[in-house]
Design a protein around this ligand. Structure first.
Ligand code: MG
Length: 375
């Protein structure tokens, strides 16, 4: 009875990272969970705890490589379900690991396993190096001493009979298995964790993991085109700048045709549709909305997906008003809204030689091209 079992907990429905549950999201061509399972290859018998709805998918991905167990309502119950399937005649120690930590290294696993030769329980953690504050309403309200504080990671390792007894005695609701062990009076040894052993939770975590894997390089281009017709008025909004004119532009928001084209270019590069998909014209809350809300949303979506906007080029097509005197201010305003340097944004203009609807001064057209890059 000297075997090791690895329980990988992946029954959550966490979607804070956007889209489907994070353990099933793709990370450089492989699901997060497949990477996590692969990280423990050779370390012992692998048990994957899945949401009951995911069992078929689990069989397809892990048949022959892992035993699958249906999870419970909470993480605590999921781990307990897995522990109850283990035969104490075969297994002497268990490592319990978050399915959403695919970057765990062999060194961390080895440190936990080595510590279990003398300890009943052992878990990786990192000291806190940043200063810690308390805060409320976006203000610092106090300082928190960081001495003796650790950031907990997994795998958390235990002698099997001890953690099984601890789980059976626990009332439930524990956040992790160290908490269960402490409640049972077990000593838990701390071993050194790893900064790269991150738990994928937020959209930015996926981008970070892809950078670590060195496979995240991705360059994308998007284009946008928009037209708004003239109506009566005394100014137009173009690329966030109010330009006096003998007419206004007609539209469901402030009709900022340049900003709309740029916003659509960013959505396009992300393969995320267009403004109408994110801010439906049929929804009264967006009627009259300032266009910078749309642009800021698209830029934030790019950042959340791990991209930075490397440059954008906007062309306004009109006979009048004259754009040249305002072009610098327009580019500065666009740069400010999307959070990039002014030297990465171009706004220029052309007439259409009096041809077509722009030539007849019936409206203004705008084209935009944007490049996004990851990492
Ligand atoms: Mg528009």
């Amino acid at each position: 009875m000297s075997g090791t079992a690895i329980i990988i907990v992946a029954a959550g429905r966490g979607t804070r990272a956007g889209g489907e549950p994070k353990q099933w999201r793709m990370l450089s061509g492989q699901s997060v969970l497949a990477r996590t399972v692969a990280a423990f290859r050779g370390a012992g018998r692998i048990i994957v705890v899945l949401h009951p709805d995911d069992m078929a998918r689990g069989i397809a991905e892990f048949a022959g490589r892992a035993t699958l167990v249906a999870g419970g309502e909470t993480r605590f119950e999921s781990v307990k379900n897995a522990l109850e399937t283990i035969d104490a005649n075969e297994i002497s120690q268990v490592l319990i690991h978050d399915g959403a930590r695919p970057m765990v290294s062999a060194a961390v696993i080895a440190r936990v396993t080595a510590a279990l030769e003398t300890a009943t329980a052992a878990a990786p953690a990192l000291g806190v190096t940043d200063a810690l504050w308390t805060g409320a309403d976006a203000k610092v309200t106090g300082l928190q001493p960081r001495d003796g504080l650790f950031r907990a990671q997994t795998p958390q390792g235990f002698r099997f009979p001890a953690i099984l007894d601890a789980h059976r005695a626990h009332p439930g609701g524990a956040a992790d298995d160290v908490e269960v062990a402490l409640a049972a009076g077990l000593d838990v040894a701390i071993v050194e964790g790893d900064e790269e052993n991150i738990k994928l939770t937020w959209p930015g975590d996926f981008a970070r993991a892809e950078r670590m894997l060195g496979t995240g390089m991705d360059i994308r281009t998007g284009n946008g085109y928009d037209v708004h017709a003239f109506t009566d008025g005394d100014h137009v909004m173009l690329c966030g700048v109010r330009v006096p004119h003998a007419k206004a532009l007609l539209g469901h928001s402030d009709a900022d045709v340049g900003m709309h084209a740029l916003t659509d270019a960013i959505y396009g590069a992300l393969a995320e549709g267009d403004i109408g998909r994110h801010f439906p014209p049929s929804d009264p809350q967006w009627k009259g909305a300032a266009s910078h809300i749309f642009l800021a949303h698209a830029a934030e979506m790019a950042r959340d997906n791990g991209y930075r906007i490397t440059n954008a080029d906007v062309t306004l097509v009109c006979e009048r008003p004259k754009i040249g005197p305002h072009a610098h201010e327009m580019a500065s305003e666009l740069a400010r809204i999307i959070g990039v340097g002014r030297d990465r944004i171009s706004v220029k203009a052309t007439t259409s030689e009096r041809l077509g609807f722009t030539g007849r001064e019936e409206g203004i057209a705008a084209l935009a091209t944007v490049t996004l890059m990851k990492p």
